[in-house]
Ligand binder design. Structure first.
Ligand SMILES: Nc1ncnc2c1ncn2[C@@H]1O[C@H](COP(=O)(O)OP(=O)(O)OP(=O)(O)O)[C@@H](O)[C@H]1O
Ligand SMILES: [Mg+2]
Length: 312
């Protein structure tokens, strides 16, 4: 059985197609990353999949249940942390967890046990008595994510849960999630942070303007699109003729910055680099620094989104 099975799902707001003919499937026990620029349709997709808003079109099955016909049945089995902050200002951290457990009908002893564990896991012990309104943004976000784990679920939707978290808290959360996945949880996760997606996700979908551009594992995205390397050359002295010297080299894209920096993108980086070095040498141009790095997932993402925009 698929945890999420979506066919031709769309959501329009007037003339805006926030989600446009989405097709996706997520297998149990996986972390599915949903990446895209601002306004791409990530949060709208999460609201559709968690039955918070109805689709304009399409079919949607969550944990084998028809989510359009039986939204309540779905909501009992899933967890969701939305992008907007949500908290009761005057409740303390521990009371927030406790109240959430009560809402989900978790028996008292079990509730206390889970609360204590979550306070530890999310590094909230020292601030357990503090009121939500007095917390920092990152602390509040941690409470918002932690309380979702007061109840049992098979599938969890997280909409940019690490926004506002410091690097340590971010890594803690990612590792906490990884452990939960080992015990059988399935996660649908949106983020802008590519390194985070690479660390956590088994599969990544890149979405732009309501449409999925590509779905793949982080590794195969990198092999498919990441043959390209970025070469950076810093010249010892400014040279404004360099642009014309290098203009004839094939199979690459060259940018020049302030007369001293040359940035080259190419899938044939070794060959291109040899040619560039020869030209520099022939013209007695000295190099101060040179580096060649594989294009990372972030650059692949930017490239794909830009190409998608220029296709339209
Ligand atoms: N309730 C609404 N009414 C009208 N337009 C909406 C509504 N909700 C979303 N939209 C529009 O739908 C598009 C997708 O928005 P959505 O919030 O899903 O993007 P997102 O990918 O989550 O962006 P971000 O990275 O900024 O969170 C945007 O153009 C947005 O303005
Ligand atoms: Mg969003």
């Amino acid at each position: 059985m698929l945890c999420i099975d979506v066919k031709n799902l769309s959501k329009s707001y007037g003339s805006i197609k926030a989600v446009n003919n989405l097709v996706l499937s997520v297998k149990p026990g996986r972390v599915f990353g949903f990446l895209g620029p601002n306004g791409a349709g990530k949060s709208t997709t999460i609201k559709l999949l968690t039955t918070l808003i109805p689709p304009s079109n399409g079919s949607l099955s969550i944990l084998g249940i028809d989510a359009i016909k039986n939204p309540l049945q779905v909501r009992h089995k899933i967890g969701v942390v939305l992008q907007q902050p949500s908290y009761e200002p005057t409740l303390s951290v521990e009371k927030s967890l406790e109240k959430y457990g009560m809402m989900w009908n978790i028996p008292r002893t079990e509730r206390k046990k889970r609360m204590e564990q979550l306070l530890k896991d999310f590094d909230l012990v020292e601030i357990r008595k503090k009121r939500n309104e007095d917390l920092s943004i990152g602390q509040r976000r941690r409470v918002q994510v932690a309380r979702e784990f007061m109840h049992d679920m098979e599938l969890l939707f997280l909409d940019e849960p690490t926004i506002g978290l410091d690097p340590n808290a971010r890594r803690n959360l990612l590792d906490y999630l990884k452990n939960k996945v080992k015990t059988g949880l399935t996660i649908f996760y949106t983020t802008h942070i590519l390194t985070e997606a690479e660390y956590l996700c088994d599969e990544i979908a890149i979405i732009d303007e309501g449409k999925i551009i590509t779905v793949d594992s982080p590794d195969s995205l990198k092999t498919k699109f990441g043959k390209e390397k970025t070469i950076k050359i810093h010249l010892l002295e400014k040279n404004f003729d360099i642009q014309s010297f290098l203009s004839g080299i094939p199979d690459c894209k060259i940018n020049f910055e302030s007369g001293t920096n040359i940035i080259i993108h190419s899938e044939q980086s070794e060959l291109v680099l040899l040619k560039v070095l020869k030209i520099l040498n022939d013209n007695n141009i000295e190099i101060e620094d040179l580096s060649a790095v594989p294009t990372n997932l972030e650059e692949i993402f930017l490239k794909m989104v830009r190409e998608n925009a220029s296709d339209n």
